[in-house]
Design a protein around this ligand. Structure first.
Ligand SMILES: N[C@@H](CCC(=O)N[C@@H](CS)C(=O)NCC(=O)O)C(=O)O
Length: 284
């Protein structure tokens, strides 16, 4: 069988793009790539260009072309990739399909899921102040492009409200409580002695790797190292040891991302860390 021709449209600093890149490296699939300058990070807002919207009418990354067949949405893409034979013999979509799929869906930005209700939709709450600072530094012309061209009404409203009203400061309340709840349920579901979620590395581990890494970016990694969550701590160590962590996530950071993070956090912990750790220690 000839190797599939794969082209990935993605962004360096995008959670769902990271998930797909990790999957590609885990499978050992060769691919070409095009970096898309997202409208909340770059004045160009390439995800709102006509060409890109032809690929994905929702205007989001990642998008993948496998032998000319276009798929968007990271969960669907990873399922497609798992059907392909790469250089590595690994099966990412677990046998325990029903169960693992709900964890998979809870650990990514799933369409239609209420904001801040799952671990995957809580993380954007913590990213909001950083995203807002990027949105606020965009020229007015780019904001107009979002207003006129963003196909997703929810995103359009969030970005415009960040720019004009600075709404990020009102977002974290529900996030902190739900985040602690999600961490405790993850701690309860992980098994001592299992390196990964279901023993062998699978799709849910990819999502968790990217979420935990995002916590690191957001100066919240210490929330994974509390006495209340010893299994999570070991789990995160195992995830970081995967080669795909370096290849799919770390290797895609450019000076731009490091500069943004450094200027925003100045190497200090996130303001959300203290309330998260206090709530975690108080939880049963
Ligand atoms: N459910 C989609 C979510 C995709 C998504 O929200 N991507 C973000 C980056 S992580 C994006 O493209 N944001 C740009 C925008 O909304 O304008 C997936 O899993 O791929």
């Amino acid at each position: 069988m000839s190797s599939p021709i794969i082209k990935l449209f993605h962004a360096n600093w995008s959670l769902c793009s990271q998930m797909v890149r990790v999957a590609l490296y885990e499978k050992g699939l060769n691919f070409s790539e095009k970096h898309i300058k997202l409208c909340d990070q770059y004045p160009e807002g390439e995800n709102l260009n006509r060409d890109f919207l032809k690929l994905n009418p929702l205007g989001t990354v990642p998008v993948i072309k496998i032998n000319e067949k276009v798929t968007y949405d990271s969960v669907k893409i990873i399922r497609e990739l798992d059907k392909l034979q790469g250089n590595n013999d690994i099966n990412l979509c677990n046998n325990d399909f029903q169960n693992s799929q709900s964890w998979v869906l809870n650990t990514t930005i799933t369409e239609g899921v209420k904001f801040a209700s799952t671990i995957g939709t809580i993380l954007p709450v913590f990213s909001a102040p950083l995203i807002q600072s990027m949105v606020k530094s965009l020229p007015l012309k780019s904001i107009l492009k979002i207003l006129l061209n963003h196909p997703r009404r929810d995103r359009k409203i969030i970005f415009l409200s960040m720019y004009f009203f600075g709404i990020a400061k009102n977002m974290p309340k529900a996030g902190i409580k739900n985040f602690v709840k999600e961490l405790i349920s993850l701690e309860n579901v992980l098994s001592d002695g299992n390196e990964f979620f279901y023993g062998d590395f699978s799709h849910v581990d990819i999502n968790m790797m990217c979420l935990f890494h995002r916590l690191k970016d957001l100066q919240l990694e210490d929330a994974l190292y509390t006495n209340r969550t010893p299994l999570i701590k070991n789990y995160w160590e195992s995830l970081k040891n995967r080669e795909s962590y370096k290849m799919g996530i770390l290797d895609y950071y450019s000076d731009k991302e490091y500069k943004i993070l450094h200027e925003f956090y100045k190497n200090q912990s996130s303001a959300f860390l203290k309330p998260i750790i206090e709530k975690l220690s108080a939880s049963k």
